[in-house]
Design a protein around this ligand. Structure first.
Ligand code: CDP
Length: 219
C-alpha cells in the first residue's frame, strides 16, 4: 500500500508522517531529504545552477541513496551520510530552488517510484500524490496557516541549537510556498482525490490519528 502526503514547508509533514508510518509498520520516505542532499552538493561545489551544462555535469556526479537505521531514514550523498547537514535553512532554500529544474526532478523520480513499488510506504513531499504516486491508495494534503508553520519551524531550529529570527523564517516560508506552487514542473498542489487536513489548530497526535483512521478505511 502507498500513502502520499503532500503539503507546504513547515506543515508538520515529516513529524506526522514518521509517526503514522511507524504505527502502520510502513516505511517512511522523506523525499525532501533527497532534494536537500542534491542542494547540499550543489552548494558545496559552488555550481552555477543557472548554467544548464554545468548543472547537468554536476548532477552526473551525484548519487543519492537512502537506508534505514531503526526505522529512521538516512540519506546518503555519494555514499556519505548527510542526514544532519541537510537540515539547515540554507540547504532548504537551495532545495526549493533546485527542485524547479526538470533534470533534478527527473533524477529522483525513478528512485522514489522504485521504493514505493517494493514496500508499503508513506511518502512525503510536494508532488507525491499528483506526480510520483498517482495511484496511491490514500492521498493527504497537509497544510496550516503561514503563521503557524513559521512558528513551528522556528521552534524546530531553536531545538537544534540555532538562533533563528521568526520574521525571516516567515518570509522564507512564503517565498518557498510561492516557488513550490508556481514552478512549471510538478508544482505543489492538492491532488483531486486527496483528503485536505488543515493542522493549524490540531495537535500532532490528532493529525496522526486522523491519518491512521483514513489508512485503515482503505486497507
Ligand atoms: O522540511 P520542509 O517541508 O521545509 O521541506 P522538505 O520537505 O525538506 O523539502 C525541501 C524542498 O524540496 C521543498 O521546498 C521543495 O521545493 C522540494 N521538494 C520537492 O520539490 N518535491 C518533493 N517531493 C519534496 C521536496
Amino acid at each position: 500500500m502507498n500513502i502520499a502526503i503532500d503539503g507546504p514547508a513547515g506543515a508538520g509533514k515529516s513529524t506526522i508522517a514518521r509517526l503514522a508510518a511507524q504505527r502502520l509498520g510502513f516505511l517512511y520516505v522523506d523525499t525532501g531529504a533527497m532534494y536537500r542532499a542534491i542542494a547540499l552538493y550543489l552548494l558545496d561545489a559552488k555550481t552555477d545552477i543557472e548554467n544548464e551544462e554545468k548543472l547537468k555535469t554536476a548532477l552526473s556526479h551525484i548519487k543519492i541513496n537512502i537506508a534505514y537505521e531503526k526505522d529512521v531514514q538516512h540519506v546518503f550523498l555519494n555514499l556519505q551520510d548527510v542526514s544532519a547537514e541537510i537540515r539547515s535553512e540554507k540547504v532548504g532554500n537551495m532545495a526549493s530552488r533546485v527542485a524547479t529544474f526538470p533534470q533534478v526532478r527527473e533524477k529522483l523520480l525513478d528512485l522514489q517510484r522504485d521504493i514505493a513499488a517494493k514496500n508499503d510506504v508513506l511518502m512525503d513531499g510536494r508532488d507525491i500524490g499528483t506526480n510520483i504516486l498517482p495511484n496511491a491508495e490514500l492521498k493527504i494534503y497537509l497544510t496550516a496557516s503561514v503563521e503557524v508553520r513559521a512558528k513551528r519551524r522556528y521552534d524546530e531550529l531553536i531545538l537544534m541549537g540555532g538562533r533563528p529570527k521568526l520574521d525571516v523564517i516567515k518570509e522564507d516560508i512564503e517565498k518557498r510556498d510561492y516557488q513550490d506552487m508556481n514552478r512549471e514542473i510538478a508544482p505543489l498542489r492538492q491532488a483531486e482525490d486527496a483528503v485536505l487536513i488543515d493542522s493549524s489548530d490540531m495537535t500532532i497526535e490528532e493529525v496522526v490519528a486522523k491519518i491512521l483512521e483514513l489508512a485503515k478505511e482503505r486497507m
